[in-house]
Design a protein around this ligand. Structure first.
Ligand code: HEC
Ligand code: HEC
Length: 167
């Protein structure tokens, strides 16, 4: 009986030792994790709060709706859209954009017609209707937001290039 107790005590001591070691290990891991989390948190600038917290949605940007056709940065640029496009469906049944911009639609809408490239199939053959390759307008044309840019843009217009040569 006594002997047994003694054995138990030894066992307990050994257990204590390994538990202490485990505790120290855990502590080290926790410190590492916390510092890693601090680094990760400072990098996650766009989220700005803990990963388990749901942030309130940012305000929706104001869509540019000037109706002024924008200058293109180079001739083959798809022009950006100078009007709102909210609720303009483009799917199998309907294409709201084409109701104004198609060859026949412009009579009523006075919108600029899609250019001839929009009628060309991949062999350069001009079809009578917009080619499926150009059916999903917002693949290339996008509305603009009146928003602060997140990254500076140092794009130089081709015409300004000779002047900017020293740059
Ligand atoms: C109700 C008619 C109407 C609808 C629908 C419409 N647009 Fe327009 N769009 C216009 C008019 C009119 C203009 C000329 C500028 C202005 O008045 O906003 C224009 C201008 C544009 C321009 C600029 C053209 C240029 O040469 O600079 C693009 C690109 C454009 N629209 C794309 C689209 C796309 C893509 C959709 C569908 C998501 C669409 N539009 C739906 C009427 C319309
Ligand atoms: C694959 C890309 C692409 C898709 C899809 C596309 N476009 Fe374009 N669009 C362009 C490019 C590039 C230009 C400018 C060069 C040109 O005319 O081809 C342009 C020009 C235009 C213009 C100006 C035309 C002019 O003569 O000034 C209008 C309006 C336009 N697109 C409307 C539309 C509409 C509406 C749709 C959907 C039915 C559409 N586009 C789909 C690339 C695209």
């Amino acid at each position: 009986m006594r002997h047994q107790n003694f054995a138990r005590l030894a066992c307990f001591r050994r257990g204590m030792k390994s538990r202490l070691a485990a505790f120290a290990g855990l502590l080290a891991m926790a410190v590492l994790t916390i510092s890693a989390a601090a680094v990760a948190e400072s990098l996650a600038t766009l989220r700005g709060n803990a990963i388990k917290q749901e942030a309130s949605a940012p305000m929706m940007g104001k869509q540019v709706n000037t109706d002024l056709r924008p200058v293109r940065n180079y001739p083959e640029q798809p022009p950006t859209i100078p009007h709102k496009t909210r609720g303009y469906a483009i799917n199998l049944q309907a294409n709201k954009c084409l109701s104004c911009h198609s060859r026949r639609g412009v009579g009523r809408s006075q919108a600029p017609m899609v250019s001839v490239t929009h009628f060309m199939d991949r062999d350069g053959q001009i079809l009578s209707a917009v080619t499926p390759r150009r059916y999903f307008c917002n693949q290339c044309h996008v509305p603009q937001l009146d928003a602060r840019t997140m990254v500076d843009n140092d794009f130089i217009d081709a015409e300004a290039l000779p002047k900017a040569k020293g740059k």
